[in-house]
Design a protein around this ligand. Structure first.
Ligand SMILES: [Zn+2]
Length: 348
């Protein structure tokens, strides 16, 4: 057994386990500090540590999962695995490419959308006098859940999270040291635009510093309310709380009141391997083609029950021609994959 300091142990744990994603509890308030790194050549300027990749939301075994999109077209970083000769690398076990730039999630999303249109045509032939309401009802009963959302860019910021107690103070251990965790915090484009940016703007204006972007080394309260248990099912509570999240600037930031703590965080950040972290963020982990195909096996068999091989092939061909897909189902806020009236309306 090796003797290590607590610090070494933490670093080791972090490098093997990767960066954990933030998870909230409804009814709690968190003090969220956006970590920053110095911008080279610009004295005193910091930028937030942010990662961006396309992801899908899929339903598997009754659960909603967030997975990385493997489509070469939608990724900035390289997603194609090649061998030393530059050829697409083949997995010796499955005899399939590990990653060839295609994405089974994108495929299922498109083919499934195509299948719904076909079903609609069939329904209309069988019920030529159907009213708009009846057609809507048909969609509602048949497709209440979206199996795979269209790809959507998702942002992960590295943040330090402190819990805020009922007394309004951040939580500390028995010796008075602030308890915090460095985690990845996921934001959809929707959440950034509609929840975060207005507060960032306030933070930026409060500084009078043109070098300050209002994010890096700024602190915000994230309040997750407790939804009324009479109005929501237990499995809807967390989702609803996330929807009702409010973000606000912290007026008395701990970074100001506790400069030592600020220094401690800066040291922590300087020790992180920021390049390697992208690979460690679980939602960004690229699965192999085989793993992805297994994720959408159930959806694929449903498609195969409803479509001929030719129709599937045709849908795939059509997909390749489109540069950016006209996605049938866009991922909703916080990865909700319920079909809304709006979706159904767009299908008519
Ligand atoms: Zn994809």
């Amino acid at each position: 057994m090796a003797r290590v300091t607590f610090e070494q142990a933490q670093k080791f744990v972090r490098s093997t386990k990767g960066i954990k994603m933030f998870s909230f509890e409804p009814g709690k308030i968190y003090d969220v500090i956006f970590l920053g790194t110095p911008v080279e050549g610009k004295e005193g300027k910091y930028e937030p540590i942010m990662y961006m990749n396309p992801i899908h939301t899929i339903r598997k075994d009754g659960r909603t999962l967030t997975v990385r999109c493997a489509n070469e077209k939608y990724n900035i970083s390289n997603v194609v695995r090649r061998d030393e000769n530059g050829e697409i690398a083949i997995d010796p076990v499955t005899k399939k490419p590990f990653n060839d730039g295609t994405c089974p999630y994108c495929e299922v999303n498109k083919i499934y959308g195509n299948m719904i249109f076909k079903q609609k045509e069939k329904f209309l032939t069988e019920h030529p006098d159907a009213t708009k309401e009846e057609i809507k009802e048909f969609f509602r009963t048949k497709f209440s859940k979206v199996p795979v959302s269209a790809f959507t860019p998702t942002y992960v910021y590295l943040v330090a999270v402190l819990e805020v107690g009922a007394n309004g103070k951040v939580s500390t251990d028995s010796e008075g040291n602030k308890q915090y965790e460095i985690v990845g915090m996921k934001f959809s484009e929707h959440a950034i635009k509609n929840k975060l940016m207005a507060q960032v703007e306030l933070a930026r204006m409060g500084t009078n510093d043109p070098n300050d972007d209002g994010i890096a080394w700024h602190e915000f309260y994230f309040r997750y309310p407790k939804p009324d248990p009479n109005k929501f099912r237990p499995d809807q509570i967390k989702q609803q709380s996330g929807k009702d999240l409010t973000i606000s600037v912290v007026n008395n930031p701990v970074l100001k009141s506790d400069p030592e703590f600020f220094e401690e965080l800066k040291t922590e950040v300087s020790k992180l391997d920021l390049e390697a972290i992208e690979e460690q963020i679980t939602i960004y982990k690229l699965k192999t083609l085989d793993e992805m195909e297994r994720d959408v096996e159930v959806q694929m068999s449903l498609i195969k029950e409803n479509m001929t091989d030719e129709e599937i092939e045709e849908a795939k061909q059509k997909m390749q021609k489109e540069d950016k897909g006209e996605a049938v189902f866009k991922e909703k806020e916080y990865g909700i994959t319920e079909v809304t009236d709006e979706d159904i309306e767009s299908l008519l």
